[in-house]
Design a protein around this ligand. Structure first.
Ligand code: ARG
Length: 438
C-alpha cells in the first residue's frame, strides 16, 4: 500500500512538474489585425494584415492568416501599424526638466542625480513609440545600468545600445570649459571621457568597453552646448580619430562621431565611423564621401527650435545661443542637400537636449527637408537597425524579428505628424500602451 501511495505521489509530482514546465515554455500568442501596415523593407503599404506574435517574436505576417486557438486578438484595423521606431541619438540620462539652470547643473549635480531619474525618460521614450535607442553619451556608466535593468525586465524602456562616456580631447565639447582650472577637473580621469593622443585614446576605448559600451562615440569637432569658442573646429587629429575607430573595430564595435564642422566631418568619415552625428556644416566632398562609404547621417534637425526657444531662459550664456544660431538653419539645409544627393539618414534626435518623449517631432522636419514620408519612416526603422547592426532583430515587421510594433490612428504617409501621437506600443510581444482599445 505504501508503495502504491508513493508511486501515486511520484506520478502527481511528475505530472505537475511537466505541466509547470509546459506552462513556462508555451509562449503567449497574440494576433494583431492591422488595417494598414508599413513594409519598411520594400517601402510600401499593405492592407488587412494579420501579425501573429509568439512570445517576444513575430511568428508570421500575411493577409488574413488564421487566428491560432487561444490567441489574444488586438484589433488595429483602424490604424496603421509600423515597426517600433529607432532613435540613433539620445541621452536618456538628462532632460531639460531636470535643469535648475546651466551653472547650477554643472556644479550642484552629478550622474547620481541622473541615475535616479533616467527611468522616467526611458518610459516616456517607449511610450512615444521608440522601442530602440542608441544612447550616445552618459556619465558614470548610468546608461549601462539603465540598459541592463530594462533588459532584465525590471523597468519599462526601449532596447538600448550605449556608448557610456563621450570621448573628447582636453578642452573639447566633451570637457568642461570656461571655468577656473581649480573648478574644472571634478572627476578622477577614469570617470571622464577626456583623453589625448592615440595610445591614451585606445586605452580609453578599452576601458569603456570593459565597463559596458556597445558603441563608441567621440567628438570630432567642437559643439554648441559647451563654452569653447568654435562650433565646428576639429578636436582630434586624424591620427587620434583613426586610433579610436580602429580600437573599437578590434573589439567588434562601431564608432560614431559628433561632428558639426566641415573638415572634422571628413576626418571622421576617413577614420571609418559608421555614422556622423549632427553633420551641420557638411560640404559636397563630405557628402560624396558618405555616399561612397555608406556612412549614415544621424542629424538632429528638430533640436534648433527647442534650444532657441528655451535655452536662454535656462541660463545658457549668449555665446552658446549664438553658436546655435550659426548652425541651426545651415544644418537643415545641408541635411536636405545630403539626403537629396543620396546619403542615407537614420533618425537621430538628441532627445535629452529637449524633452524625452518628443522624439516624434523630428519627422516633420525630415520631410520638410528632403525625405518622403516613407523615407523618413525607413530612416527610423530599417536604416537605424542597420546602423546598430541589429537588422536581424528589429526594423521591420517580418517573421523571426522581435515583436516591436507601434500604431498610429490614420495614415502617416499623408501626415507624418501622427508620429507625435503614437497610440499603441508593443515591445518584445508585450503591450506597453494601447489607446486604440475600444
Ligand atoms: N549636442 C549638440 C551640441 O551641443 C546639440 C546641437 C544642437 N543644435 C543643432 N542645431 N542640432 O553640439
Amino acid at each position: 500500500m505504501r508503495r502504491i501511495i508513493s508511486s501515486f505521489l511520484l506520478a502527481v509530482l511528475v505530472l505537475s512538474a511537466v505541466s509547470t514546465a509546459f506552462a513556462q515554455t508555451t509562449p503567449k500568442v497574440t494576433v494583431i489585425k492591422a488595417g494598414r501596415m508599413i513594409d519598411t523593407v520594400n517601402g510600401r503599404v499593405l492592407t488587412n494584415q494579420t501579425i501573429v506574435v509568439e512570445g517576444e517574436r513575430i511568428k508570421a505576417v500575411g493577409a488574413n492568416l488564421p487566428v491560432p486557438a487561444g490567441a489574444t486578438v488586438i484589433d488595429l484595423s483602424n490604424a496603421t501599424v509600423v515597426p517600433g521606431l529607432i532613435d540613433t541619438h539620445v541621452h536618456l540620462t538628462g532632460d531639460p526638466s531636470d535643469s535648475a539652470g546651466y551653472y547650477d547643473d554643472i556644479f550642484r549635480k552629478s550622474f547620481v542625480d541622473s541615475a535616479i531619474t533616467c527611468h522616467i525618460y526611458a518610459k516616456r521614450t517607449l511610450d512615444a513609440g521608440f522601442t530602440t535607442v542608441r544612447n550616445v553619451g552618459a556619465e558614470g556608466f548610468v546608461d549601462v545600468a539603465l540598459r541592463n535593468a530594462i533588459n532584465d525586465g525590471k523597468i519599462p524602456g526601449p532596447r538600448m545600445q550605449v556608448a557610456t562616456y563621450y570621448i573628447g580631447s582636453t578642452g573639447s565639447h566633451g570637457d568642461l570649459n570656461g571655468f577656473s582650472p581649480w573648478l574644472s577637473d571634478r572627476m578622477p580621469p577614469e570617470m571622464s571621457g577626456v583623453a589625448d593622443g592615440p595610445d591614451a585614446l585606445r586605452k580609453k576605448v578599452r576601458y569603456l568597453i570593459k565597463y559596458g559600451a556597445d558603441v563608441i562615440k567621440f567628438g570630432a569637432s567642437a559643439g554648441v552646448l559647451s563654452e569653447e569658442a568654435s562650433v565646428g573646429a576639429p578636436q582630434f587629429t586624424q591620427e587620434e580619430m583613426n586610433a579610436i575607430v580602429d580600437e573599437a573595430r578590434l573589439h567588434g564595435l562601431k564608432a560614431c562621431a559628433h561632428a558639426h564642422g566641415t573638415e572634422a566631418i571628413k576626418m571622421a568619415i576617413k577614420a571609418g565611423v559608421a555614422s556622423v552625428e549632427h553633420g551641420s556644416l557638411i560640404d559636397d566632398e563630405g557628402i560624396r564621401m558618405m555616399k561612397e562609404r555608406g556612412t549614415y547621417l544621424s542629424a538632429d534637425i528638430y533640436n534648433d527650435d527647442y534650444i532657441l526657444s528655451e535655452y536662454a531662459k535656462m541660463g545658457y550664456p549668449d555665446k552658446i545661443i549664438d553658436k546655435e544660431k550659426q548652425v541651426g538653419r545651415l544644418q537643415r539645409e545641408n541635411f536636405q542637400k545630403a539626403v537629396t544627393a543620396g546619403v542615407r539618414a537614420t533618425y537621430g534626435t538628441d532627445a535629452g537636449v529637449y524633452p524625452h518623449g518628443w522624439n516624434g517631432k523630428q519627422f516633420f522636419y525630415m520631410v520638410k527637408y528632403g525625405l518622403t514620408p516613407m523615407q523618413a519612416i525607413q530612416a527610423a526603422t530599417v536604416n537605424g537597425a542597420d546602423l546598430l547592426g541589429w537588422s536581424e532583430n528589429i526594423g521591420s515587421i517580418t517573421a523571426g524579428k522581435y515583436a516591436d510594433l507601434i500604431a498610429v490612428e490614420g495614415d502617416p504617409l499623408q501626415d507624418v505628424r501622427l508620429f507625435e501621437n503614437v497610440r499603441f506600443v508593443m515591445k518584445g510581444g508585450e503591450v506597453y500602451k494601447n489607446q486604440m482599445a475600444k
